[in-house]
Structure formats: structure tokens, C-alpha cells
Design a protein around this ligand. Sequence first.
Ligand code: NAD
Ligand code: UGA
Length: 467
Amino acid sequence: RSEPIQSICCIGAGYVGGPTCAVLAWKCPNICVTIVDISQERIDAWNSDELPIFEPGLEEIVKSRRGKNLFFSTDIDAAIIAADLVFVSVNTPTKTRGVGAGYAADLQYVEAATRRIALLSTKSKIIVEKSTVPCRTAESMRAILDATSPRPGVHFDILSNPEFLAEGTAVQDLLKPDRILIGALNTKSGKLAQDRLANVYATWVERSAIITTGLWSSELTKLAANALLAQRISSISSLAAICEKTGAEIDEVARGCGKDSRLGPHFLKAGLGFGGSCFQKDIFNLIYLAETFSLQPVADYWRQVLVMNEWTKASFSRTIIRHMFSTVSNKKIALLGFAFKKDTGDTRESPAISIARDLLVEGAEVYIYDPKVSERNMRQCLGAFSNFHFSSSVEAAALNASAVVVATDWDEFKPSSSSGKTAAAIDWTSIYANMNRPAFVFDGRGILDTAALQNIGFKVHTVGRGN
Ligand code: NAD
Ligand code: UGA
């Protein structure tokens, strides 16, 4: 018998737990959803007018369900006790020390959450891995639950239900996911649990998009999908480098390739390589897995995706310096964009951090503007490289500058015809009038109108173009 889920607890109120369970609460008003976290600051922000993360469309959803069937709390124990199903949505960063340092996922938060569930549960529950975890993590969770649950009659089913949302489009991705993946053990009880979670999603997702698989396939699929996406970006970065030497243009090459239905048009935009909290971490995770099984060529293959990504960022910084007569010392440079992509305030592994550091090391006066990133966040990211300046507009950043560098693909940096947004486009003529000569523009995202800027008088370099 497939009992409907009535109460959900989500452990981890981050970029995944928050949006995922807010949308779930919105779509399933009969389910009571409580999102918990150890961070009081984060929970307070979720309960305030200023949410801790920026995602288009999220605020409306949170505000419409908060206090009704959506709750944010630090009372983790109470939420676990009440829940029929617990999403484990905690962070799984790369280990920084000990065995596997620099590669393996740090599973201490997953373990802590699992122990808490085992200790407190007074009724049987479904436990769902929502975090991205190494393949066979559910086995460790099972062992922890079996060894630490004090009540013999309480039964736990573990499911893998990885999240595929991308930041900046999280709400859209959650409302209309390409697929929902639910992995379970091939047992009667595992299948029943899988069915119960599938029924929750079926409230708003077509059944044909809900895929059920084995537990280990589901865990690995998440790492595989991210690795394949990241690999595509490294591939396009490598081709962009060839374009810069040959006179071919990467956007034209991408369009020509993307029209092949076997390749498809997505994820072929050349830029500064990939940033964000997951691609690098998950590929490290995959490399570690391969090395654990002595699959050295497999590990080397995926490592090269990361090598290419690092090279892409470093190469862009070197290009800036070379064009500016091999010295940026004491030159003012405006860095436009600090988030790792548009429509998010997230700066984790943002390529802009590397570019800013490279320029600061060379003695440049770096002025950074981003529509959604606070000065405090920039300072945390740049750490010891604290001698940058925070700007509150494009114009202020570019005033008397020698160069403007575009590091994030924000719509407000794009020409109005391509942004499709109502915000006024940058007035490049006026920017040019207030810059030093020669005035350089380095377009790290391939979003500006190169010809129009050259007509104004700028010296322009665009990724993937030989200008
Ligand atoms: P995050 O750091 O934003 O959020 C994780 C939250 O978990 C933090 O607020 C932390 O305080 C909390 N937490 C840690 N241990 C806890 C515990 N024992 N009890 C209660 N709360 C605890 O991380 P995120 O970006 O939301 O990512 C979470 C997971 O989802 C990761 O495994 C990540 O790889 C995966 N993922 C992330 C994205 C993304 O876009 N960010 C997308 C898909 C999957
Ligand atoms: C990525 C995946 O797209 C999600 O499916 C996955 O759930 C998530 O990682 C995760 O596991 O964390 P995200 O990192 O939020 O999502 O954003 P993406 O849109 O994938 O962009 C990643 C990076 O690649 C960004 O720096 C972006 O600017 C860059 N990118 C992306 C390009 O340079 N070119 C492209 O064509 C696409």
C-alpha cells in the first residue's frame, strides 16, 4: 500500500534545499514541509524579507507558502521526528585534508545528518539523498542507521534523488525538470518507497519524466551528468583557443556544430570556463572514484577537463596583460561581474575570482561591479587580495579606467537588442569618453557587440575570436 507522504523534513537550507523544498511546498499544499539548518543566520534570512539566496521567482513562492505549509527552522530534531520523508540536502565539499584530500567528497555532514535521523526517529521513514554524493554512499548511510538506531521496529528506506537544477534558473528547472531521477534498492520496500516519492513529484511533473533506477546508478548518474556538462565546456574552451589563433569565430563554430541534432545547441557558449560549486568538486569526486578502483586512464581523462578549465581562466588573464603592453601595474581596470554566472549572487569557484587575483598580483587597480554580489562576499572570496575596490555601478567602475573586463554574462551588460530585458543597456560611448587611451574591452563571455565597440574606438578582445 502506497501511503501518501504528509510531512517532509529537508536537512540543509542551502541553494538546493531551499528552492527545491519551497517549490515542493508550493506544488503540494497538503504536505507540510520543514527546511532545517544548523545555521541560525541562514534560517533567519529564509524567514525574513531578504532571502539568503537570489533566484528569479523564488521570493514569490517562498512568501506564498511560508507559515502555511512551508517552515524554516533550526529545530532539526522536531522536524526529523515529525517527518515521513527526510531529504538530506547538506553540503558535500571536497576534502581539504587527510585521505583523498583535494579529491574525495567530505561526507561528514551527510554522516551527521544520518546519525541524527537514526537517533531520533520514532517511526519508519524514507531517507532521500538529495546532496551529490559518491557512488555507494547509501551503503554507508545504511550501516550508520543500522548501527545507531535505538528502536528496532523503526525501518528506514534510503533513496537517491539527485538534484539537477542550475543556479539562476532553479525555479524554472524545478517547475519543469527534464527528469526526476529516483534510485532505490530492488527490494519490495525499496520499490514502495520509490513509488511514494514518485507520487509526490507526479503532482506537477509528468510521469514520463520520472525515471526510476537502481540506487548505485542514480548516485553515479548525478556525477556523470555534471562531468559530461563540464566536459562540453572544456571542449568548447579548447576550440575557442584555436579560434583565437586562426580567425575562426567560436560562436559560429558552436552554431554550426550545435545544429547537428546528435550534438544539440546547449552548453556550447565559450567563456571563462566553468565556475560554480559543483562541476569541479564532482569531477574530483569521479577522479577519486576511478583512482580507488585503479582506473588510471579514466581518472586522467576526467582530470584533463579540469586542467583545460584552469588553463582557460589563466590564459584569459595573460591575454589581458599582453594586450595592455605587458603591464597592468597601477592601471585601473573595471571588472564587470563577480558571480559565477548571471542571475545568481553565488560566487563559489567564480572565474572572476581568478581573473581579479591575476590582475591584482600584477599591480592593477581593480574596480569590481556586480549587480548581486556584496562587497563583503567579494572580500571573502579574494581573501588576502583585499586591495581591490568595490564599485556600485558600471560607470563608476569604468571611470578613468584603462580597460573594462566582462567576467559574468549578466543581461545588463549585454546590448539591449540581445538581452531582451528592459534595463537600460550600457552607454559605451559615454564610458569610452571617460576612459584612458587606448581604451580596452576584454569580453570574457562573448556577449558584447564587438563591431559596435570598435566603431566607438575601443580596442576589443573577445574570447574565441582572433581580434
Ligand atoms: P549549501 O552549502 O548552500 O547548503 C548546505 C546547507 O546544509 C548549509 O546551509 C549547512 O549549514 C547545512 N548543513 C550542513 N550540515 C548540516 C546538518 N548536519 N544539519 C543541518 N544542516 C546542515 O550547499 P548547496 O549548494 O545547497 O548544495 C547541497 C548539495 O547539493 C551538495 O551536495 C551539492 O553538490 C548538491 N547540488 C548543488 C547544486 C547547486 O546548484 N548549488 C545543484 C545540484 C546539487
Ligand atoms: C550545474 C548543472 O547545470 C546542474 O544541472 C547541476 O544540478 C548543478 O551544476 C550542480 O550539480 O550544482 P550550475 O553550476 O548552477 O549548474 O550552472 P550552469 O548553468 O551549469 O553553469 C556552470 C558554469 O558553466 C557557469 O560558470 C557558466 O557560466 C558556465 N557555462 C555554462 C559556460 O561557460 N558555457 C555554457 O554554455 C554553459
